[in-house]
Design a protein around this ligand. Structure first.
Ligand SMILES: *Cc1c(COP(=O)(O)O)cnc(C)c1O
Length: 424
């Protein structure tokens, strides 16, 4: 084993350092495996209850009427997430699109959307119109209000109470920290916030952005009162196999409204051919609990490696996890660059290319991105990126298998070690 690591560029010092860290993670990893087992059973149970058959993998074209594979998969999602209804489609192009459709389908002119977990994910700023944008909710007369999380990352219940008014139609909660430094919200915290919102105004639609959160815990936001929940299939629930797609689950009425926005009024969920992607959607969802577990192990391993070397890591090496994202603050640009070069060099695809910081649309500094993925932009696959600005933090996530996540992190350490940025 060590010889093969050596041939792949991991020197004995780096390997030994990694092994030393791993010795102390056995109990954590056992707990993650148990979570994967529970969620795996949940998915298999749903597939059995919904009578998934080989027929479901057939393709459909054109209008896609009576697509049994698509309709059964939606039953499977509804069953796993314990909701009345689900929309799981290749026509939902990404996570942002799933969220946008859920919002636009359920909000009408004069309504207000209230975010109670602070500023939403960057791409939603233009959907909502926080940054003026063509076709935003703001252009359709939907107003927006926001209550930030408290400095300790918890919900500001007093602020929420004050912000809810007669126009408040929907509340949005983002589970994952995204690319912010606040802690990720646990499902039980989200449940408390939803209960509170409902106690103030029972008919508010509570929607959760569940990106990066699926299968990290034994329960999901829809188990604690979320009326709607959305996410991307090139993150956790696609299991690395879905080549595109997004999902929206929740109360029937609200999912229907989203479907009328996704396609058209009148047609709703009845149309939408599956174009041959159904097998990958099913198989990816089947694998998702163990893929998520692999990504979690990678995140925890990285947190412990870099914490031991004296860097600030978010979340830290010991805290509970509610999503799969890990941030490491290097304090210097060279650290971010070396880390990303390591992740790239460990990839199964495009390992021979060298990532470099570059100007990117939508960013106010150069950004470096590392990914060698089978599916473009798939962030359930091992990937890392960092803006080249203080505090020079790198965000990384994913890993379809634990051995790959481990190799990626060892390779990142190797690059930092070779550059003399860390001493072992
Ligand atoms: C990734 C992500 C999104 C957007 O998903 P895309 O597929 O990139 O459009 C939204 N919210 C959160 C928290 C995310 O992590």
């Amino acid at each position: 084993m060590n010889q093969l690591y050596c041939e792949m560029g991991i020197c004995p010092e780096v390997k030994a350092f990694g092994d030393g860290i791993l010795k102390n993670l056995k109990e954590r990893f056992d707990a993650i495996d148990e979570m994967a087992e529970y969620n795996q059973l949940k998915v298999i149970h749903a597939m059995q209850t919904c009578r998934v058959s080989a027929e479901c993998f057939q393709t459909s074209s054109g209008y896609g009427y009576n697509d049994i594979g698509r309709d059964t998969l939606e039953e499977v999602y509804a069953s796993v997430f314990h909701t009345e209804s689900a929309l799981v489609r290749p026509q939902i192009t990404c996570g942002t699109h799933a969220l946008a459709v859920a919002l636009a389908g359920n909000l009408r002119p004069g309504d207000e959307l209230l975010s109670v977990s602070g500023k939403p994910y960057d791409t939603l700023e233009e959907v909502i119109g926080i940054r003026p944008s063509c076709g935003s909710l703001a252009e359709y007369g939907v107003t927006y209000a926001q209550v930030d999380l408290l400095p300790d990352g918890s919900f500001d219940f007093e602020g929420i109470q004050k912000a809810i008014g007669p126009k408040t139609k929907m509340v949005e909660i983002q589970r994952s920290k995204g690319y912010q430094t606040r802690p990720t919200l646990s499902v039980s915290q989200i449940g408390e916030a939803i209960a509170f919102v409902k106690s103030v105004k029972p008919d508010i639609i509570c929607m959760v952005d569940n990106c990066y959160g699926e299968f990290v815990e034994a329960i999901e936001p829809t188990d604690v009162g979320a009326d709607l929940m959305a996410g991307s299939l090139i993150k956790n629930p696609g299991g690395g196999l879905a080549p595109i797609g997004g999902y929206i689950v929740g109360k029937k009425e609200y999912v229907e409204q989203a479907a009328y926005r996704l396609t058209t009024p009148g047609l709703g969920r009845e149309v939408g051919a599956s174009l041959g992607v159904m097998q990958s959607f099913y198989q990816g969802f089947f694998l998702a609990p163990v893929v998520t577990a692999a990504a979690l192990k990678g995140a925890i391993f990285a947190a412990n490696v870099y914490e031991a070397l004296g860097y600030k890591v978010v979340p830290n090496g010991t805290e509970d996890r509610h999503d799969i994202i890990q941030a490491v603050e290097f304090g210097i640009p060279e650290g971010v660059i070396a880390f990303c070069k390591g992740i790239q060099a460990a990839a199964p695809v495009d390992s021979y290319v060298t990532p470099e910081p570059w100007a990117m649309p939508g960013y106010d500094s150069d950004v470096i991105m590392a990914a060698g993925a089978f599916v473009q932009g798939s962030s359930i696959e091992l990937s890392a990126d960092g803006p080249i600005k203080p505090p020079y933090a790198v965000y990384f996530q994913g890993g379809l298998t634990w051995p790959h996540a481990k190799l990626g992190i060892l390779m990142s350490l190797q690059k930092l070690y070779e550059q003399g940025i860390v001493k072992l």
